[in-house]
Design a protein around this ligand. Structure first.
Ligand code: AP5
Length: 212
């Protein structure tokens, strides 16, 4: 968990490689549905561009379908799901129904100014998905992906006014979930400042602590 731009996706990929478990990113799945023009993608597109949450039922069905997949038998890492209390309760029931549970909830923390700078400066390759940042990691040729040579673009929801709306939605709808997981003893908060390597080291430390 964590606000938009805290580094959930970046750290989830590193953890997936380290632990060899499935990484389910709700945002990536939704973006793929939009790209493929599926019925889910067609309904989600406008809401995502405005920085709103997609209705719980649609997102829950999408995630549950993937969690039924045998590839998740060794374990799974949820990124960006659940994002409100209703999603969290539904997921607990779903997991209980299949004899599984969450072992840890990691919540990344980062000051708002840094979130804004990471997101408004982010650019992605529209074809292969490689990530860039206008200041920290610009492509070698402006606007052209180093990996596949196609165009590098800004995510529609990374424009400043939409980032501010995503932060507002996080504060009002997702932040209360931290208390929910804190009360169940699963929550580990992680300082997400510094380099990706530094954040990964803090996460590794949190994973070694035993939940109460
Ligand atoms: P989603 O794609 O999940 O967006 P988000 O939560 O807003 O998160 P981001 O992907 O923008 O940021 P992140 O925390 O993953 O950070 P990242 O690693 O990318 O969701 C998009 C939309 O889908 C939502 O707005 C909503 O509409 C819908 N949706 C998704 N889940 C939903 C749900 N459960 N219910 C309903 N609707 C849902 O890093 C950000 C940038 O910072 C990158 O450029 C990265 O390279 C850089 N960076 C990362 N770490 C560092 C570091 N340590 N130092 C410097 N730069 C760094």
């Amino acid at each position: 968990m964590g606000p938009p731009g805290a580094g959930k996706g970046t750290q989830a990929v590193r953890l997936r490689q380290r632990l060899g478990i499935v990484h389910l990113s709700a945002g990536d799945m939704l973006r793929e549905a939009v790209k493929q023009g599926t019925p889910l993608g067609l309904s989600a597109r406008g809401m995502m561009e405005r920085g709103e949450l997609i209705p719980d039922d649609l997102v829950a069905q999408m995630v549950e379908e993937r969690l039924r997949d045998p590839e998740g038998a060794r374990g799974f890492l949820l990124d960006g799901y659940p994002r409100n209390l209703a999603q969290a309760r539904r997921m607990s029931e779903f997991l209980e129904g299949s004899g599984r549970r969450l072992d840890r909830v990691l919540a990344l923390r980062l000051p708002e100014a840094e979130l804004l700078s990471r997101l408004t400066g982010r650019r992605v390759c529209g074809t292969c998905g490689a990530g860039y940042h206008v200041v920290n990691k610009p492509p070698r040729r402006p606007g052209i992906c180093d990996v596949c040579g196609n165009e590098v673009v800004q995510r529609a929801d990374d424009r400043e006014e939409i980032v501010r709306e995503r932060l507002r939605v996080y504060t009002t709808q997702t932040l209360p979930l931290l208390d929910f997981y804190r009360e169940s003893g699963l929550l580990f908060e992680v300082d997400a400042t510094g380099t990706p390597e530094e954040v990964s080291a803090r996460i590794a430390g949190a994973l070694e602590e035993v939940p109460r």
